[in-house]
Ligand binder design. Structure first.
Ligand code: AMP
Length: 388
């Protein structure tokens, strides 16, 4: 997810620049001002409470702001990222935004501050007032809004300056020039963050070969727990001996083993562009572990893919594989294959459902040749690199 807050005094050009940001980076636009005006127009309880404050140019209470924002964010789990306009507007709202982002298991990438001098703001707002129909675009209220901005909103910058994710753009320039400057800031942000993708699918869906090929094509680190465990078996480590026993009885390897291996892998991969996870997380507990492992690195999951293949086809593929030298110790009998499919159903499907609610899992048809499926899975990765 790419989350940006556009900051600046009334009349800085936040609304105008938002239009370009939303299109270019495929973001979901949240303007608290627009949300409040909608509530006002619909004469809802919240709208009626906010009416007189908005009319005088004051700031609406945090209780009202939290309600309108939370509702909008939770109604759009599929969003690629959010663009906030007019929020956070007080120091306290910075903490509120942190909390809301945490709930979505993401964070604010950066706050872009559009800097304009006061007289430019007033001139632009008076001009806008001629056509906007907004009752708060008149000189008395405008001056009041600017006073509120200096007193209550400017401290927001201290919060992000301290956090180290605050950028500035000169908002006095021509619209196109401001756009170009913001574009550079956001592109730099995009280049900074890790692209982490989870590839889900039943055993036999092709998630392993697709995951490995995607990692090669996009220069990402492939993290597949299966091969990591096999490595331990091949190297005949004590861990490997324990793993063989578990495989033979068709059980999942305990989290403490898997987590150790993954943590080691993540630590050794500093400087990479991101990770493709396959075979992990396999349980709800592991999904929390992965969230924690990534958060520790200031990162999160960008996208999940689920490769879908009908059950009969899965069994056919696994059965065929069991008769070749690619046979894995955990799928060399029909009973083990059935057990693995059942394990996926009961333990991993709830993880997919959880991620689906959090950030939307992209379903990909796993039928057809490797190349056909690869074109589909690559399409998902392309969209992340294009839009974050
Ligand atoms: P805007 O469209 O952003 O200029 O907002 C118009 C009015 O809505 C402001 O003058 C405030 O009264 C109110 N408002 C918008 N966003 C917020 C916020 N984050 N906190 C408090 N009041 C807000």
């Amino acid at each position: 997810m790419l989350n940006i807050a556009l900051f600046g005094p009334p009349g800085a050009g936040k609304g105008t620049q938002s239009e370009f940001l939303v299109k270019e980076f495929n973001l979901f636009y949240i303007s608290t001002g627009d949300l409040l005006r909608k509530e006002l127009a619909a004469e809802t309880r919240l709208g009626l409470q906010a009416r007189s404050i908005i009319a005088s140019g004051g700031l609406v209470s945090d209780e009202i702001i939290v309600q309108v924002i939370e509702k909008t964010i939770t109604e759009h789990p599929e969003a690629n990222g959010f663009l906030f306009d007019g929020f956070p507007r007080t120091y306290i709202q910075c903490y509120i935004l942190e909390g809301l982002m945490m709930k979505l298991n993401t964070s604010l990438n950066c706050l872009v501050s559009l800097e304009v001098d006061e007289e430019t703001s007033v001139r632009r707002l008076l001009e806008r007032g001629r056509t906007s129909g907004r009752t708060d675009d008149n000189e008395t209220v405008i001056r009041n809004r600017l006073r509120e901005y200096s007193e209550k909103t400017l401290p927001v910058l201290d919060f992000y300056r301290e956090k180290g994710n605050y950028q500035r753009a000169n908002g006095n320039q021509a619209i196109e020039k401001v756009t170009a400057d913001i574009r550079v800031v956001v592109r730099n942000e995009l280049a900074k963050y890790l692209v982490n993708v989870v590839v889900f699918g039943y055993p036999g869906s092709g998630r392993g070969s697709q995951g490995a090929a995607l990692a090669r094509k996009y220069g990402l680190e492939y993290v597949a727990t299966g091969p990591m465990l096999d490595q331990e078996i091949k190297a005949r480590t004590p861990l490997g001996q324990r793993i063989i026993g578990l495989y033979e009885s068709g059980q999942l390897v305990p989290d403490e083993i898997v987590v150790q291996l993954i943590e080691k892998k993540l630590e050794r991969s500093s400087g990479v562009k991101g990770f493709i996870f396959k075979g992990f997380p396999r349980t709800l507990v592991q999904s929390y572990i992965l969230d924690g492992l990534l958060r520790k690195r200031g990162s999160s999951i960008a996208r999940s893919i689920e490769i879908e293949v009908p059950t009969l086809e899965l069994i056919k593929r696994l059965d065929e594989r069991s008769r070749t030298d690619r046979c894995m110790p955990y799928d060399n009998t029909t009973a083990k294959i059935v057990q693995r499919l059942a394990e996926h159903e009961t333990k991993t499907v709830p993880v997919i459902n959880k991620y689906n609610q959090l950030h939307g899992v992209v379903k990909v048809d796993g039928m057809g040749s490797f190349e056909e499926v690869f074109a589909r899975t690559s399409g998902v990765l392309e969209s992340i690199f294009r839009n974050g």
